[in-house]
Design a protein around this ligand. Structure first.
Ligand code: NI
Length: 178
C-alpha cells in the first residue's frame, strides 16, 4: 500500500530551510521512510522528490528518471536514493531546459543548469558513491540538491518571461518535444 505524503507547497517556510544531514542511514525507521517515499514518487510519476518537500528536513532525495509524456528524452533509471550529497565539480557548460516541481504545481520555468557534475553521496546501503552525471540526470540531481538548501527552480530562472503556466507549456513546448 502506498503511503501518502503531504507535499509542501511554495510559501511553506519548511521548503526554504536548509536540511540537516542524515545521521543513521541503516536505521530501520529511516529505511522504512525511504521505502514509503519510493512508492510515493513512483505513483506520482515524478522524476524525483526531496525530503524537505514532504516536511522531512534531512539531506536526502530520490531520483526516479524515466521517459514520459512530459520528458520523452528522460533516461530510464531504476529509482535510487541520494543521501548527504555533495556536488564536487560543475562543468562550465550550462544549458537551459524546462523544469517543474511537485511543490510548485502548474508552473514551468526555463532553468540554466551545469551540463555535467561530479558528485559524492551515500546510497541507501550506507556506501559512499562518487560519480558523474550529464544532461537530464545532472539537471534532476541539481534540482533536488537545491531543495536540500531551501532553493526552488523558480529562484534560478533568469527572467519571469521564461516562466509558463503548465497548460500553456503543454501546448507550446511539450507538443514540440514529442
Ligand atoms: Ni522540485
Amino acid at each position: 500500500m502506498t503511503v501518502e505524503f503531504e507535499i509542501l507547497q511554495l510559501g511553506h517556510p519548511q521548503l526554504r530551510q536548509p536540511a540537516k544531514p542524515v545521521e543513521a542511514i541503516l536505521d530501520p525507521a529511516f529505511q522504512r521512510q525511504l521505502d514509503d517515499l519510493f512508492g510515493f514518487v513512483m505513483e506520482k510519476g515524478g522524476m524525483g522528490i526531496a525530503a524537505p518537500q514532504v516536511g522531512i528536513s534531512q539531506q536526502f532525495f530520490i531520483m526516479s528518471s524515466h521517459p514520459n509524456e512530459r520528458y520523452p528524452y528522460a533516461p530510464d533509471v531504476e529509482p535510487f536514493a541520494v543521501i548527504n550529497p555533495t556536488i564536487l565539480e560543475v562543468s562550465d557548460g550550462q544549458s537551459k531546459d524546462w523544469e517543474g516541481c511537485l511543490s510548485l504545481p502548474g508552473i514551468r520555468g526555463l532553468v540554466p543548469r551545469a551540463d555535467e557534475i561530479a558528485v559524492r553521496f551515500y546510497n541507501r546501503d550506507g556506501e559512499l558513491r562518487e560519480t558523474r552525471y550529464q544532461g537530464f540526470l545532472a539537471r534532476v540531481f541539481q534540482h533536488e540538491f537545491d531543495h536540500l538548501q531551501g532553493t526552488v527552480f523558480l529562484d534560478r530562472v533568469e527572467t519571469t518571461r521564461e516562466v509558463m503556466m503548465e497548460q500553456e507549456w503543454r501546448c507550446r513546448v511539450a507538443a514540440q518535444l514529442s
